[in-house]
Design a protein around this ligand. Structure first.
Ligand SMILES: Cc1ncc(COP(=O)(O)O)c(C=O)c1O
Length: 464
């Protein structure tokens, strides 16, 4: 066991040490992967050392490295080693975080970490929350709370969000069913923030038509551009209308740690619920997310169950069975990861790392502006900048196609990976710079290479 474990740790540490020299993305095809992995269920076992060798040779090289310093696509996953160890220990002891009896220390640590987070967003003493698998789950649970606590029987509730809201909100509404809730999408302004006055008018309009507004979902850091909605103004609207106010801070909630950004978050303390994803910009391994709620008892109102076969775990008021605050009964010890890394590095270092990501995207924006033909489409915001290569006379389709080709060529090169998205009908390149291992040189060289690729791609189309 020890020898196998040491070998696994060596593989992880070597990976981290040599990350910079690796290709960022994996372009392996289904056909190639079928050829490597397809087999009948093994009837007999194999030597675990040989299996680890196979894993090293075939599994780990065929992945995209979300922790790579030049992975700028989607949302990077720069995890940290202390959380990796926390995960290892939690799994090694198979810690059960569903009830107090399963692991009093785990429940207490989750209580403590959740309190750190609710304090950070200045939620009141009644606040609470829990760790869940991801932002999608946290957002779904928030909408379940909204429907449960606000919707009148026999009416269809209306939830409002902006056209920049993550698709998991629409999925959550679909899961809840159109007989319970429907979604009304509000336009965004030139900064990609929800048009608050349009929101206010939409609510009035729905009320006049006999529909029941129940919830507003605001963004604290959109996936596309890192935009934060006008939380101060939306707080007033929701106050006047007495709606459930959820804030999706899965990507950008952590930006509150950077004092230069803090004013953007004014009003967040009035939210009924906030989703945050420590597996994004809090440097945690995947499946570490939280739903924070203004009033912990609201979760219990919806999720509490006590069947006869669980009577043995019933606890007093002070002790907490987290399975009564969410969807999962059996739950791993996710809070451990954030707790171990916050204890090791301290919040100030997390704040420095977040500030660094914000600054690196600003640097990327400055670099892009240096090169002819490039246009910044959304300026750096919370670590994200979007841009497009464009020449006078190009049709929108041509620009879209060429920018897609630039991105694909960069991915094939293995040097860096960006993603693309559509903003106001334009296909743009999107760079997300939240990995603390990323250097200024990485950013400069990536933009430089993008520019070189753009010229080659342009040249190729001229001579096609
Ligand atoms: C703003 C926002 N909300 C929700 C999600 C979904 O989170 P998860 O992938 O953790 O389910 C994301 C993921 O990128 C996001 O950026």
């Amino acid at each position: 066991m020890r020898q196998l474990g040491y070998r696994a740790v060596d593989i992880i540490v070597d990976h981290t040490a040599h990350l910079n020299d690796k290709k960022v993305g994996s372009l392996s095809t289904r056909e190639e992967m079928e050829a490597v992995f397809r087999e009948a269920i093994p009837k007999e076992g194999m030597d675990p050392n040989a299996l680890l060798g196979f894993v090293e040779k075939e599994v780990l090289p065929n992945i995209t490295h979300l922790d790579h310093p030049r992975f700028f696509a989607f949302v990077p996953g720069p995890s940290n080693y202390m959380s990796v160890l926390a995960e290892l220990l939690a799994v090694g002891f198979n810690i059960f975080s569903g009830d107090w009896l399963g692991a009093p220390a785990a429940a207490q640590i989750e209580l403590v970490v959740i309190k750190w987070l609710t304090d950070l967003f200045q939620l009141p003493e009644s606040a609470g929350g829990l760790f869940v698998s991801g932002g999608s789950m946290a957002n779904l649970m928030a909408l379940i709370l909204a429907v449960h606590h606000k919707k009148q029987p026999g009416k269809v509730g209306v939830a409002y969000c902006s056209d920049q809201t993550h698709s998991c909100i629409e999925r959550a509404v679909r899961i809840l069913g159109k007989e319970r809730v429907e979604l009304r999408v509000i336009d965004t302004d030139e900064r990609f923030s929800m048009k608050a006055e349009q929101l206010s008018r939409a609510i009035q309009d729905d009320k006049e038509k006999g529909r029941q507004p129940i919830a507003i979902v605001a963004n604290a850091g959109t996936t596309n551009t890192g935009a934060v909605d006008d939380l101060k103004r939306i707080a007033e609207i929701r106050e006047a209308e007495n709606l459930w106010w959820h804030i999706d801070g899965a990507y950008g909630g952590v930006g509150i740690l950077d004092e230069r950004q803090r004013a953007l978050y004014t009003g967040i303390e009035q939210a009924d619920s906030i989703a945050i994803d420590p597996h994004k910009w809090w440097f945690q391994p995947h499946e570490t997310a939280c739903l924070l709620v203004r009033d912990q008892s609201r979760l219990r109102d919806v999720f509490y169950m006590m069947p006869e076969y669980l009577k043995d775990v019933e606890v007093s008021e002070e002790e907490v069975n987290y399975s009564n605050y969410g969807i999962q009964l059996t739950r791993g010890f996710r809070a451990f990861k954030l707790w171990m890394s916050l204890k090791t590095f301290g919040l100030d270092n997390f704040a420095l790392a977040v500030k660094r990501g914000v600054g690196l995207a600003e640097l990327a924006e400055r670099e892009i502006r240096k090169y002819a033909g490039w246009e910044v489409v959304s300026p750096a915001s919370l670590g994200i900048v979007t841009f497009q290569f464009q020449k006078p006379g190009w049709s929108r389709e041509k620009a879209n196609q060429l920018n897609q080709a630039i991105m694909d060529t960069m991915l094939k090169s293995g040097f860096a990976m960006l993603s693309s998205t559509t903003l106001q009908g334009r296909r743009v390149l999107r760079l997300c710079a939240i990995n603390p291992r990323t250097t200024e040189e990485d950013i400069k060289e990536a933009i430089n290479q993008l520019n070189r690729i753009a010229k080659t791609v342009e040249h190729a189309t001229q001579h096609a």
